[in-house]
Write a protein that binds this ligand. Sequence first.
Ligand code: SF4
Length: 362
Amino acid sequence: MTHDSALERLRGGAEPRNHDARTIAALTANPGCARRGIMDAAGVDKDAVARRLGFPAPFGQSQFAITRGNAFEAQVKADGCAELLTLLRDRLGLDVPEVAYDDLEVVAGNESRELRHARTRRLLERALSSGEGTLFDHPLLRLDIAGQPAYLEPDVIAFQLGGRFHIIEIKSFAVIDGQAEPEQVAAAARQSAVYVLALRRLLEELGAPAERVSHEVFLVCPENFSNRPTATPLDVRPQLAVLGRQLARLTRVEQIVGGLPDDLTFELEAEELPDAVRTVEARYAPECMASCEMAFFCRDEARACGGTGVLGKAVRDDLGGVDSIGTALALADGSLDPSPDLAETAERLRTAARLRREALTA
Ligand code: SF4
């Protein structure tokens, strides 16, 4: 069976689900999870699978947050991005000269993704050769994910300055006294890295060096409970490195497929769906709750088998090869003799248990 037909069988014949920047960025949140890797590579609708298994994940923004986000974005982009340009010039001290603004969202009333992507290519090619164009709104980019082209939702601006492109991401979460919620900033950095990578791939296709897309992106958010925008530069090199590794791993998904039963399918109507999902190894961690549609199912499974992953990635990594909480407790109270490779971990667990006893006694 070919690789493509194996992936089609895993999807149960359904159409592959498209990725977007959020789903691609989420791949980097738990790169070691074979279950997620295989489901994403096959384009399985994880949300539908989770619902069918009785573990729906309440993902997505509230209507209020969406409306607020849209209003803020419209404000920043009004009048050819007037407010955005003021920000870039004044706050960041950037010398932005004469400005040209191209909105790539609709091509002559036709919104097909292929046409919009072709127009993005054309305008960026012109910008590369002539330096023309400053702000490219809604560029439609494309990235290959496990051999499937993924079009990326256009909610960013590509900004050209001095022959280099920067990604500008507009988010509606607030920056208060110069600080924003770290998790939201981290998620924005991961998503921006996806755009940087996709724009780099496009420039390479056009014969330009990838470095002409900067690893520094600008995050534009409302400031201090007002609607006034503020811009913060973000270095996304760490996120780019993780993303590159994870995408490379996805292309080797054939190896995971090769180790699975020949008749395995995630077909939604199949009675064996729960068993089929459990066949593929997962690496649950609490971080999954913010990034994967399968999180409630995997958490339930991890709790039932007492896996150390439910205590968080840091604890799981600290415990090395100890996979279950029961084993960790038995090593800690000395009722289980450790194998040689777990001797050091067992020693640390016994020390921790002793310190806990002493603290409780004191
Ligand atoms: S929720 Fe499950 S499938 Fe998704 S990344 Fe976590 S362990 Fe893997």
